[in-house]
Design a protein around this ligand. Structure first.
Ligand code: HEM
Length: 182
């Protein structure tokens, strides 16, 4: 298989769709705890639905990754940079999958209110309420969201570094209409 110069349309759609949803959820999620219970229940219906969508899209993305060769490192990248970007991407994949799974685990045991994603998937009905387990998964979901936020910020800064300082094609090859020099 030859290494392509840029990502195909499927990879770009998945990247930007997941990226936008997760960034909105990471920011909006921080406001959840301060809301009154009835308002929180309504918003969690959407939050849990979008989170479930992220999980499904991540599974599609993993399948894409296994069946396609992504563009490789550019000639300008040092061995250290290549290693770091590999770690970063593996970390992002793992935490993007872990975040909705921890949310679902929390939803299954939560005692304060019912969680029915998009009004369709009844997570609360999957297990007996358990305040201790709900608290544990709440802490893990919050902790993972903090680490994920740091990785996402690092990922965006790395893309800007490539584009504006290293002036290579790394960011352009993922942009919707990005033109890549051969
Ligand atoms: C990529 C997916 C997701 C992201 C980025 C995300 C992000 C967040 C964030 C940042 C918080 C606030 C954490 C805190 O302040 O400690 C939160 C809370 C929460 N999330 Fe998620 N979440 C995701 C998926 C899910 C899913 C799939 C579910 C359930 C099925 C879920 C259920 C919850 C619940 C129940 C809370 C606590 C709300 C409360 O305080 O009552 N999340 N989420």
């Amino acid at each position: 298989m030859t290494t392509p110069l840029k990502y195909d349309a499927t990879a770009k759609w998945l990247h930007w769709l997941i990226g936008v949803i997760v960034i909105v959820m990471l920011v909006a999620g921080r406001t959840l705890e301060a809301l009154p219970l009835d308002e929180r229940t309504q918003i969690i219906m959407v939050h849990s639905g979008l989170g479930t969508l992220v999980l499904v899209l991540m599974i599609v993305r993993l399948a894409w990754r296994r069946s396609h060769t992504p563009p490789g490192p550019t000639a300008e990248m040092s061995v250290r940079q290549i290693r770091l970007s590999l770690w970063m991407h593996h970390g992002l994949y793992a935490l993007f999958i872990l975040q909705p799974l921890l949310g679902i685990a929390q939803a299954m045991f939560i005692t304060d209110y019912e969680i029915v994603a998009f009004g369709l998937i009844d997570y609360s009905g999957l297990a007996e309420n358990d305040a201790g387990l709900a608290r544990t998964f709440h802490i893990l979901h919050g902790l993972n969201s903090l680490i994920l936020s740091l990785l996402v910020i690092g990922h965006i800064l790395a893309a800007f570094y490539h584009h504006f300082l290293q002036k290579d094609d790394v960011m352009r090859r993922m942009l919707p209409f990005g033109k890549v020099e051969s």
